[in-house]
Ligand binder design. Structure first.
Ligand SMILES: Nc1ccn([C@@H]2O[C@H](COP(=O)(O)OP(=O)(O)OP(=O)(O)O)[C@@H](O)[C@H]2O)c(=O)n1
Ligand SMILES: C[C@](O)(CO)[C@H](O)COP(=O)(O)O
Length: 251
């Protein structure tokens, strides 16, 4: 993974996307792996792949599949309509999101200087958000996150020893300075690879790993429809968003 030579200027502007899709979706409840569950009859992963391939800047999408699901994912990509200009690769994922992203990075050919990492679990992100992240990296940022202000007040607590026990509140961070961070997160490829090679311990997003290197991360406006399908109610919201899009598109 460390054998990435400096990109030419043309390569530096080429964009690949890694889509970690190897999670089980435990919080969603029993069923198929989350990325393979359907929204409006189409697997969540295909929605996510289409959302990324909708950007004309994206030349390659690397899908990181559940280890027991790579054949199924390849067949899904073969049987659903996707843009011709984009190449697709499927690799097998790991135990954690970090391991899965790393597997995706390992599969990238050398000619891509910009890498996005996008959760399969965020199937409805609009292309304008994808393009805004790519544009910010093209303009020189080493790491970019789409982010939204919070609607709720956030408390820092002492986590309960047993579920349901009261949790002492330790602090109330100033809400105006907080953001909920989404994907796709965009990176200078060499910086993201270095982060994945050197940062140890659990970090919940890729930009957090780049922060640990001491490199700057910037936030651009995210989008409400880029929400993460995590719990059953999120499926209801996702179906409603798709129904509204169908209505707006007139079919
Ligand atoms: N070992 C893992 C774990 C997660 N992911 C991916 O990382 C994204 C964000 O993870 P999350 O929403 O937490 O998905 P799950 O891990 O599937 O959810 P849960 O924690 O409820 O099991 C998802 O697209 C998921 O498929 C992955 O590729 N490999
Ligand atoms: C990467 C992420 O989607 C940014 O909000 C989030 O951190 C993933 O968290 P998860 O617990 O793995 O779903």
């Amino acid at each position: 993974m460390s054998d990435v030579s400096p990109p030419t200027p043309a390569e530096a502007a080429r964009t690949a996307v890694v889509i970690p899709a190897a999670g089980r979706g435990v919080r969603l409840g029993p069923g198929a792996p989350k990325a393979l569950r359907t929204l409006n009859g189409v697997p969540m992963l295909i929605h996510a792949v289409r959302a990324m391939a909708a950007s004309r800047a994206v030349g390659l999408v690397v899908v990181v599949a559940p280890p027991d699901g790579t054949a199924e994912v390849k067949s899904l990509l073969d049987t659903h309509a996707l843009p011709d200009r984009t190449d697709f690769v499927v690799v097998s994922g790991g135990e954690t999101r970090q391991e899965s992203v790393r597997a995706g990075l390992d599969a990238l050919p050398p000619e891509y200087g910009i890498v996005l990492v996008h959760d399969a679990a965020r199937p409805l992100v609009p292309v304008d958000t994808v393009d805004a992240v790519i544009e910010a990296v093209r303009e020189g940022a080493v790491a970019v996150v789409p982010a939204l202000p919070l609607a709720d007040t956030v408390k820092e607590v002492e986590p309960a020893a047993a579920p349901g026990d009261p949790e002492p509140v330790l602090a109330t961070p100033e809400r105006a300075r907080l953001r909920a961070v989404q994907t796709p997160q965009g990176f200078d490829r060499a910086t993201l690879v270095r982060a994945h090679e050197t940062v140890t311990g659990a970090v919940t997003d890729d930009a957090g790993m780049v922060e640990r290197l001491g490199e700057p991360v910037v936030a651009v406006p995210g989008h409400e429809e880029a929400f993460k399908v995590t719990r059953p109610l999120d499926l209801v919201l996702a179906e409603a968003v798709l129904a509204r899009r169908r209505l707006n598109d007139g079919f």
